[in-house]
Design a protein around this ligand. Structure first.
Ligand code: ATP
Length: 246
């Protein structure tokens, strides 16, 4: 991989993540390399326990890989103190987690404002505009527990987009959504990519795979080319499933 490829988007090289819990040792990532350019949507698929969430956490700087490195827009985010990773994440990355990344004691609007850095004086109007974009403006004063699953997913997306990220990482963004809401969330992710964001979606959803430009299949901590990854999941936008592991 040439140095030039670090310039923008997301680059991970030879990621390893080792866990030890008591006697038990797990190598959750075994040399995963990938690249998501700005403007691209990449789906990561794989069976339960294959390392998808671990990979996303390492890419987001929420977790530290045991080996390898992660660059975002040419800046290394891995192997730095947690506070620095958080600062870089706030500047470059939007993260949509299965837990929907909303603080429980803040309204939907205040969650977005917090992610925008409202403390540094950004106008509240843009938080409202973002909530309007994702279709939950009417629910802006509601707490997360007062939102339906679909509303929560959309508010979570507004939070993930609040810092205008150049890299957007989403863990099962359409997990429990009805078909209509799933389409809306996927369309928004796709639109972001078209606006120049590098979008990576960890997913079990055939629909999410269908909208992806590329699909990366994880199996037992390795990114591999597998026929199973595309079984019943191929679509017009799935142009390749390629080997990305070292
Ligand atoms: N904090 C941890 N401590 C110990 N082992 C862990 C930890 N986090 C993940 N693992 C292990 O690492 C492996 C990969 O887990 P991970 O959650 O990344 O898989 P996944 O593909 O996201 O699974 P799922 O689709 O079920 O969410 C699993 O064997 C899991 O038990």
């Amino acid at each position: 991989m040439s140095a030039a490829s670090y310039d923008d988007g997301l680059t991970a090289r030879e990621l390893y993540r080792f866990f030890r819990a008591g006697e038990e040792e797990t190598l959750a990532l075994r040399g995963v390399s990938l690249r998501v350019a700005r403007g691209e949507t990449v789906a990561v698929v794989g069976p339960s326990g294959s390392g998808k969430s671990t990979l996303l956490s390492c890419l987001a700087g929420l977790d530290e890989p045991s080996g390898g490195d992660v660059h975002v827009d040419g800046v290394r985010i891995s192997h730095r103190p947690e506070t620095e990773r958080a600062r870089l994440r706030a500047r470059h990355i939007g993260v949509l987690l299965q837990t929907r990344n909303l603080l429980p004691h803040l309204s939907a609007r205040d969650n977005v404002r917090l992610a925008q850095g409202a403390v540094r004086g950004r106008p509240a109007a843009s938080a409202e505009a973002l909530l309007e974009q994702v279709g939950v403006w009417e629910r802006r004063h509601a707490l997360p527990r007062q939102l339906s699953g679909g509303e929560l997913a959309r508010a979570g997306l507004a939070v993930a987009l609040a810092n205008s990220p150049s890299v957007l990482l989403a863990d099962e963004p359409t997990g429990e959504l009805d078909g209509g809401t799933e389409q809306l969330v996927l369309q928004m992710l796709r639109d972001r990519a078209q606006d120049g964001c590098a979008v990576l979606i960890v997913t079990h959803s055939a629909e999410a795979v269908r909208i992806a430009d590329r699909v990366i299949a994880l199996d037992d901590g390795r990114a591999t080319e597998t026929a199973e990854a595309s079984a019943g999941m191929s679509g017009p936008n799935v142009r390749e499933i390629r080997h990305v592991s070292g």
